[in-house]
Design a protein around this ligand. Sequence first.
Ligand SMILES: [Zn+2]
Length: 195
Amino acid sequence: MISSLDESVFPDVTHPRVAGAAIKVPAILPRSAFTQVAPTAAMIPMGVIERVTIHHSGFPQAWILDDQGLTAEHLEFIRRFHTDAPPAGRGWADIGYHFAVDRAGRVWQGRSLLHQGAHVRNHNQHNVGIVVLGNFDLQSPTPAQVHGLTDLVTYLRCIYTMGQMEIWTHRELADEPTSCPGEALMAKVRAFRGF
Ligand SMILES: [Zn+2]
């Protein structure tokens, strides 16, 4: 079973404040909104959070649905792909990403931030993984999706004290070549990150 602590979306954060003002906490659907299946094995503790990496889901076909129920099924499909035994799946203990941002701009909790993610091989330490649903070499993120992603990243930066330089995309961090997060999302990240 998942411990009650794992249901906390932002562990160790009680009263986030920036420059004396409380900051807006983004609405986040809990992990239980798309799966009832607990992680299958122990995971490495996350420890101090030092960076964020942005991904797309990147399936061969564009993802165009914004219905919450169908999105939950899609996230469960991704979780199963990550947890099923190889060669069908990856054989990981849980969905690899800590958050997902859907076409309607909703933010979903994935793997607990208490645990190291599985999203950039050799670079998962202290690294929050966010997947934006879609293939952004084939399509563009919706304005709501960019808004949801920006709010989430802004909040993470505030509560874990990260600068713009700590916001990465998969292609910038990966040892192996990847197009992730796709050209259209890469452009949006460059725009809100400022480089
Ligand atoms: Zn990626």
